[in-house]
Ligand binder design. Structure first.
Ligand code: OSB
Ligand code: MG
Length: 368
């Protein structure tokens, strides 16, 4: 393929309820879509991060510059643009995995559409639907939290993840266990809110039979997570700390994690996400697909990844209605606790023109 035009479309879509984590509160999905036009086909992707660098170092305005000044010139210089050639072409640009993932995914969407192949088929998916978990934010009271969990269980979600932070951990977990029983698949996510000095406190969570505790300590400190794992029965799962297959291999080797959250954006795209999955799966370490409150454009390709054989735990790939009153694509609807894996060419979805128009704040060419 030859790159002809790349358009950036800044969008903001209100969330149905504010989403509070240990790093901040989100009230809207405020990000950009990339629209890549080649001589053979067009592709779409969604940048996964937010306007502020609170979850990860990347942010919306910075990623636009990285794409415009460093990534797109290298993609445009390729004599033959393929997804496989893109990674090596931008390898000298350090970090910026989420910006790289946005570009790679839009190019991959275009390339797969040119071949009439779905992303699920390309990645090697083995399911046509995947069980859906839901990530529940920090609430003002335990009563509010219990109502929230109940509502999601009534809707059919098969696994509950509670966001935790110091002051909101053992009590909410205990309350959910007491109300909904020991059989409920339950896990927690601290988004780096604790330190090793909290190990004795976190050990109280061992009493509740959690599937995992996600990213309890500071990001990129594999050593500290390994030391914490020695003191916890609950499996440690890494999110923020894993950036590629190489550090995933290191984390597994040093027992810094016994479960892997793979977010394609966080590891630079679906090609590396597949390698992260393969490394973990080869070690018998369960994988699940995380999320970042994506619109349908970002969630569709995540569902393809979630259908790989090593993704043996339900992911954070929830239905459109969990996030938005109106999605930017055809909505993903929960059926029997599952979401369908898109089967059409490429990522299998496109923004609906009318919804896109209403949610768009700015659009401009980054490359033409
Ligand atoms: O840590 O998994 C996380 C949302 C935004 C940023 C980071 C995280 C999350 C979630 C929600 O937990 C996942 C989702 O429903 O998309
Ligand atoms: Mg997380």
């Amino acid at each position: 393929m030859k790159l002809e035009r790349v358009e950036i479309v800044h969008v903001a879509i209100p969330l149905v309820t504010p989403f509070r984590t240990s790093f901040g509160t989100m009230t809207a999905k405020d990000t950009f879509l990339l629209h890549v036009v080649t001589d053979e086909a067009e592709g779409w992707s969604e940048f996964a991060a937010d306007p502020e660098p609170l979850y990860c170092p990347e942010f919306v305005a910075g990623a636009e510059i990285v794409l415009r000044d460093f990534l797109l010139p290298r993609a445009a210089a390729l004599p033959r643009l393929t997804t496989a050639a893109l990674g090596p072409a931008v390898a000298k640009i350090k970090g910026h995995e989420l910006a790289k993932a946005a570009l790679e995914t839009a190019v991959l969407d275009a390339e797969l559409r040119a071949h009439g192949m779905s992303l699920a088929t390309y990645l090697g998916a083995v399911h046509d639907r995947v069980p859906a978990g839901v990530s529940i934010g920090i609430r003002n009271s335990v009563a509010e939290l219990l109502d929230d969990v109940e509502r999601h269980l009534d809707e059919g979600y098969v696994r509950i993840k509670l966001k935790i932070e110091p002051g909101w951990d053992v009590e909410p977990v205990r309350a959910v266990r007491e109300r909904f029983g020991d059989d409920l698949p339950l896990q927690v996510d601290a988004n780096t809110a604790y330190t090793l000095a909290d190990a004795e406190h976190l050990r109280h969570l061992d009493a509740f039979g959690l599937l995992l505790i996600e990213e309890p300590l500071e990001e990129n400190n594999l050593h500290a997570h390994a030391r914490l794992q020695q003191r916890l029965a609950t499996p440690v799962c890494l999110d923020e700390s894993l950036h590629h297959a190489r550090d995933t291999a290191a984390a597994i080797a040093m027992d810094a994690c016994r479960v892997v959250n793979v977010k394609p954006a966080r590891v630079g795209g679906y090609l590396e996400a597949r390698r992260v999955h393969d490394v973990a799966h080869a070690h018998g370490v369960p994988v699940w697909c995380g999320g970042m409150l994506e619109t349908g454009v970002g969630r569709a390709p995540n569902l393809a990844l979630a259908a790989l054989p090593g993704c043996t735990l339900p992911g954070d790939t929830s239905a459109s209605a969990r996030y938005f009153a109106e999605d930017i694509t055809e909505p993903f609807v929960l059926q029997d606790g599952h979401l369908p894996v898109p089967a059409g060419p490429g990522i299998g979805v496109e923004p609906l023109p009318e919804a896109l128009r209403r949610f768009t704040r700015e659009r401009r060419d980054l490359y033409a």
